[in-house]
Design a protein around this ligand. Structure first.
Ligand SMILES: [Mn+2]
Length: 329
């Protein structure tokens, strides 16, 4: 067994022996980050533990409907002490954010649970399984193995984590087990239709405004196999964009029949550019292209940060991507 695959039973034992636990996930949290952290936190709280749930950037607005998200902490953190720290869905230690790294560092034991294959295993115990579609799915298995409570609130979080990271059970990472877990949750009484409506059919008008701009401005190359969009600061200001507004928007670019890869470039503070890339063809590994620019992620979904200006970053990245796309023939 690889050193980065500590059995979930062993991790469950470590959590059971702890009384005070901190759980965190990556900066700019998505559905899997929030859902995994809160799913694990609420279960351990139901088991009588004191649990601090930490997110360096707080909860994105689109996920505040989920139970108890108001109990998530963001910096500056109080001076609490912890027995065990857990990092979820976070490919590198630094991606937790500096203040969260410091807070988790107060524990003598760090547990790293993730599904990014590039995760080096920066914890004392590591469970990195790149075959899992969402960390929410790993946490579900962990709770079952450990016999921890699977309350309705816990399931709401874990279902949201799994649903968002699999594109509503559509991506190739989705397994039979993913559907079985959803089935187990429905059998236990979870209202998945309500969750789907709150996750995917409750968008603020801002998001549709962004979508309209994206559809007007999207660009194609390599005979329509690459679709991209530059999301600029002027539009963010105009729409007063909020965290979470753009989650999943890249999937609209990917819907086009000719497209095999979609990319969104986003202007960030300090002249940086965030790159989000998706692949629709198993042969095209976008994490490798992102890796050329210091980024990483999954084969079919990856990201990087580049130096601006955005037009230059986009041209540089798309040239490298086009090179890979043309090798597919
Ligand atoms: Mn994830």
């Amino acid at each position: 067994m690889p050193a980065s695959l500590t059995p979930l039973a062993e991790i469950a034992d470590a959590l059971r022996s702890a009384q005070t636990i901190a759980i965190a996930a990556h900066v700019r949290p998505d559905g899997d980050a929030v859902g995994s952290v809160m799913g694990l936190a609420l279960s351990l709280r139901a088991a009588g533990k004191t649990v601090y749930a930490l997110l360096e950037d707080g909860v994105p607005l689109n996920l505040t409907f989920l139970p108890e998200t108001a109990t998530l902490l963001r910096p500056p953190y109080a001076d609490f002490q912890i027995d065990v720290a857990v990092a979820l869905d976070t490919a590198t230690h630094e991606r937790l954010g500096p203040q969260t790294v410091a807070a988790l560092g107060r524990a003598p034991l760090l547990i790293d649970i993730d599904h990014h294959p590039s995760n080096p295993g920066y914890g004392h115990l590591n469970h990195v399984d790149g075959t899992q579609p969402a960390v929410g799915q790993i946490v579900y298995e962990l709770l079952k193995v450990g016999g921890f409570p699977l309350t309705d609130a816990v399931m709401q979080h874990l279902f949201s984590a799994i649903s968002t990271d699999t594109g509503s059970f559509q991506f190739s990472s989705t397994t039979a087990r993913t559907h079985e877990i959803a089935g187990e949750m429905i059998r236990a009484g979870l209202d998945t239709a309500r969750l789907a409506q709150l996750l995917y059919q409750t968008y603020p008008a801002r998001r549709l405004h962004l979508l309209r701009s994206m559809l007007n401005e999207m660009a194609f190359r390599a005979e329509g196999r690459i679709a991209s969009w530059q999301f600029k600061q002027a539009l963010m200001d105009e729409v007063q964009v909020q965290p979470g507004d753009t989650e999943g928007m890249i999937d609209t670019l990917r819907m086009i029949d000719s497209v095999v890869t979609a990319v969104i470039f986003e202007e960030m503070p300090e002249g940086k550019v965030r790159v989000s890339a998706r692949s629709k063809d198993q042969r095209l590994d976008v994490s490798a292209v992102c890796g050329q620019f210091g980024g990483g992620g999954h084969r079919m979904a990856a990201g990087a940060r580049m130096r601006g200006p955005i037009e230059v970053a986009a041209e540089t990245f798309l040239t490298a991507l086009e090179h890979e796309v043309r090798r597919l023939a």
